[in-house]
Design a protein around this ligand. Structure first.
Ligand SMILES: [Zn+2]
Length: 281
């Protein structure tokens, strides 16, 4: 291989591989490889070609390590992530719906508006029963007045965002699930849609309230570090419960194993600010 062809080949390999490297580290990575290749090329040109075979692998490793760092940096307890995932789920279902012309016309037709209205009514009807079954209404952490108005408003916004995205996603999912049966059932498929709507709404709304209970009432982050307290099944003479904590040090959720007359609901133990130093920021 002639010298200029060898240099062109090295340049192309380096240029293509650099696109694999994350943009934030690309410049430093390129500078390092150019320095390495230049030094080896001046000593022994053929060795530079051998060294260049590792460029793509090195770039792929850089990208893999970068993605692993990003994954580890995800704050899985954050309420923003929960709303973001629900929003992505709804956006994906909407994009799939819009991509199919038949479904698009169906959803935005008079039938679609009527079906959506029925779906929302079913969701509203499922609210009282799911509040009771999830014991959200009896949860003492949300009934106290220790929280500030801003924290209460944040809870309601978070709850409302989850409900809206969940119900909208369930509606589109129900349309997708029942659509193949419309050819077989005709107008009867509307009842199938309503049945799916009822089931999907109950499941989704129950999850929304259960998830809300598993979060810190102060910062809305998911509780973690579940720990058993007391011997199992000793509900009469001793405390048998599970405790979870907020990783920002706002408090502990104490959930009894059995519902008793003296310990009926989960209790939230609010910690004062002196505990915050023990928890990670
Ligand atoms: Zn908290």
């Amino acid at each position: 291989m002639k010298p200029h062809e060898r240099l062109d080949s090295l340049h192309r390999t380096l240029s293509r591989a650099s696109w694999i490297v994350p943009a934030s580290r690309r410049e430093a990575w390129l500078a390092e490889w150019v320095a390495e290749l230049s030094y080896v090329y001046t000593q022994h040109p053929a060795s530079a070609t051998d060294l260049a075979q590792g460029i793509v692998h090195d770039a792929a490793t850089m990208q893999r390590l970068y993605l692993a760092d990003r994954y580890r940096a995800i704050d899985w307890q954050a309420p923003r992530l929960c709303v973001g995932l629900l929003g992505c789920c709804f956006t994906l279902l909407l994009a799939v719906t819009m991509a199919q012309s038949q479904l698009r016309h169906l959803v935005f037709s008079r039938w679609g508006y009527g079906a959506f209205a029925c779906f929302v009514v079913l969701a509203l009807f499922s609210l009282p029963s799911t509040v009771v079954t999830s014991r959200y209404g009896a949860y003492e952490a949300y009934s106290g007045d220790a929280a500030t108005m801003v924290q209460r408003w944040a809870r309601w916004r978070f709850l409302a965002a989850k409900l809206v995205f969940s119900v909208l996603s369930c509606y589109l999912l129900a349309v997708h699930v029942t659509r193949p049966f419309q050819h077989l059932l005709g107008a009867q498929a509307d009842w199938l849609l309503m049945a799916c709507g009822l089931i999907f709404n109950v499941v989704a709304v129950s999850w929304v309230f259960t998830d809300q209970l598993q979060r810190c009432p102060t910062c809305m982050r998911s509780l973690r570090g579940s720990a058993r307290m007391g011997p199992p099944s000793w509900g009469l003479l001793d405390s048998s419960a599970t405790e979870e904590m907020c990783d920002r040090g706002h408090g502990l959720l104490h959930q009894p194993e059995w519902q008793t007359s003296w310990f009926e609901n989960a209790r939230w133990l609010q910690l004062d600010s002196t505990w915050r130093d023990l928890f990670r920021p």
